[in-house]
Design a protein around this ligand. Structure first.
Ligand SMILES: NC(=O)C1=CN([C@@H]2O[C@H](COP(=O)(O)OP(=O)(O)OC[C@H]3O[C@@H](n4cnc5c(N)ncnc54)[C@H](O)[C@@H]3O)[C@@H](O)[C@H]2O)C=CC1
Ligand SMILES: O=C(O)[C@@H]1CCC=N1
Length: 272
């Protein structure tokens, strides 16, 4: 499949993650554009990946087959309004923003558009991303493949049938790297309090997290409870730690956090 020219409107964390995945996976950097009002992130993208950069959203959007909206949700209306003067009938519009519903982009861009909503996550940067995708009914298979190629460069993709399932994707994958970072961060803090150096505590916790994640992935036939029980000797150390989490209602807290995550996405859908 021939590679499409793609511009990223907004050159922040997430654009960098996706561009990094694309270039590392062989996407031609000459076909990639990023636009941002300030220069430093653009310079870094240019230096690290050899892509084209600009301060002019309109110019890059005009030039490219695919426009990826990658600004904060509160800026989306303003950014889209500015691009409404373009004829978008032959372009694919992709958004990575949380919350904002597909129909809102049509209002902001003031014309019928071909839109795919996506919800990636930052591990895309290193090829371990997980992206949820939802296509409107008018999207061709070719456009689906183009979008899939962009997002698959940085990891796995999953298509969801209903648009509101993207909110669940946010809770499970878009936001969730931060949950794991918080957990590891807490472990390191305690390791240090127990007398370890920060470097040692981090090395121990991160390697355990990596090993645990790989065991989950490599043993699909085993339940998480089995994997957990295999670590937990009767009357041993793990039981003490795990019981502490259960008594503190870790499961209830995770449930509440993920529901609050989804609730915020729905609130953002009303606001932006
Ligand atoms: N960070 C994450 O883990 C994820 C973020 N997202 C979504 O990605 C989008 C971007 O988030 P981040 O990359 O984290 O934010 P960010 O703040 O790192 O990047 C946004 C970029 O947009 C630029 N910008 C501001 N005004 C602009 C304008 N008028 N025209 C062009 N660029 C402009 C900013 O200078 C900044 O570089 C958000 O909508 C967020 O919901 C989605 C999934 C994961
Ligand atoms: O926190 C946010 O709103 C974005 C969406 C998913 C990850 N970051």
């Amino acid at each position: 499949m021939t590679q499409a020219s793609v511009c990223f409107i907004g050159a922040g964390n997430m654009s960098r993650s996706i561009i990094s995945g694309m270039v590392n996976n062989g996407y031609d950097p000459k076909l990639i554009y990023a636009s941002n009002p300030s220069q430093p992130k653009l310079d870094a993208l240019q230096a690290d990946f050899g892509i084209n950069t600009s301060n002019d959203n309109l110019a890059v959007a005009k030039q490219c087959d695919v426009i990826v909206f990658s600004v904060k949700p509160q800026l989306m209306e303003q950014v889209c309004n500015h691009l409404a003067q373009l004829d978008l009938s032959n372009k694919l519009v992709v958004t990575i923003a949380a919350g904002i519903p597909a129909k809102r982009y049509q209002d902001y861009l003031k014309q019928p558009i071909k839109l795919i909503r996506t919800m990636p996550n930052t591990p895309t940067q290193i090829g371990y991303g997980m992206t949820g995708l939802h296509a409107q009914d008018n999207i061709s298979d070719e456009h689906k493949q183009i979008c899939e190629l962009l997002m698959q460069s940085g990891g796995k993709v999953v298509w969801v049938e209903q648009e509101d399932e993207l909110d669940q994707v946010i809770a499970l994958a878009g936001s969730s790297p931060a949950y794991f970072f918080l957990f590891i961060e807490s472990m390191i803090e305690t390791g240090i309090k127990m007398g370890m150096s920060e470097q040692q505590a981090r090395e121990l916790a991160q390697q355990a997290a990596l090993g645990a994640a790989k065991m989950v992935i490599q043993n699909p036939e085993q339940s998480l409870a089995t994997l957990r029980n295999n670590v937990t000797s009767k009357g041993g150390t793990t039981a003490q730690a795990v019981n502490t989490f259960e008594q503190g209602d870790l499961r209830g807290l995770v449930d509440k956090a993920m529901h609050n995550c989804v609730a915020r996405a729905k609130e953002m859908a009303q606001t932006f």
